[in-house]
Design a protein around this ligand. Structure first.
Ligand code: F6R
Length: 231
């Protein structure tokens, strides 16, 4: 089931997201699937400033660029350290290694790791084109963690963080759609007009590999937080 909550005030929306993390912890959750991207920055700020304790928890991140070393300012590793982990330590944090010598072997290793865990709540953003993780339109719903090509749409959306678009990586390692679907609960956050088409497709309920986020219609427990008034 899909539970939609519209919070026109962004501060209220992110407070609600923080509350959902708090409720998960109270319920005994120990494993969180995390995401990067602009949407998550205000949420991680809330978590950093909260009294929530993750020191007994594990985290698994959705994805990482290929070819960007951990120390690079735009690596997702750096993003997570800076926005969350330095202030809120976890017992263990996992993120794919985008500079592994064999990135395909790294993807397999990461999938095995995911299968050894149970993700209590997976946090997701959504791309303008409906991608989740870096699973671009057309990705099989059966996909597991893999090395994937980024679309021009996604690379230009992320170009704002790099000096030129040529510096935006062309590949990433991402959890697959099937990997994401194994989480017990999914918290999707979509903020901003540019996400309307993707959220509308999700709410319409036509499940299609052309719009990866629509796969969530088949998940038993999804919460969608958005600032977009739907009609
Ligand atoms: C990030 C991720 C992506 C983003 C999506 C939205 O780990 O997997 O799917 O959630 O690209 O990004 P923003 O929040 O920057 O609009």
């Amino acid at each position: 089931t899909l539970n939609l909550e519209v919070w026109e005030d962004k501060n209220d929306l992110y407070s609600r997201a923080e509350e959902l993390f708090s409720a998960q912890l109270k319920n005994g959750a120990t494993t969180f699937g995390l995401a990067t991207g602009g949407t998550m920055i205000p949420l991680y700020e809330k978590l950093r400033n909260s009294s929530l304790d993750f020191s007994h928890c594990k985290s698994v991140n959705l994805d990482e660029y290929v070819g960007i070393p951990q120390g690079h300012p735009e690596s997702y590793y750096t993003f997570m350290q800076h926005h969350l982990f330095e202030a809120k330590p976890f017992k263990a944090t996992y993120i794919p290694n985008g500079v592994a010598e064999d990135v395909h072997a790294e993807a397999l290793r990461y999938e095995d790791l995911l299968k050894s865990l149970t993700v209590d709540m997976q946090l997701l953003g959504v791309g303008v084109n409906g991608h989740i993780g870096f699973n671009e339109p057309g990705t099989s719903f059966h996909s597991e963690t893999d090395v994937v090509e980024l679309t021009v749409s996604t690379r230009s959306a992320n170009a704002r963080y790099f000096d030129t678009i040529d510096e935006v990586p062309k590949q990433a390692i991402t959890m697959g759609i099937a990997s994401i679907m194994r989480a017990k609960c999914i918290l999707l956050i979509a903020v901003g007009e540019e996400k309307r088409t993707a959220i509308k497709a999700l709410l319409r309920g036509d499940v299609t590999e052309d719009i990866p986020v629509t796969r969530l219609c088949n998940h038993p427990n999804v919460i969608v937080l958005t600032d977009l008034k739907m009609n």
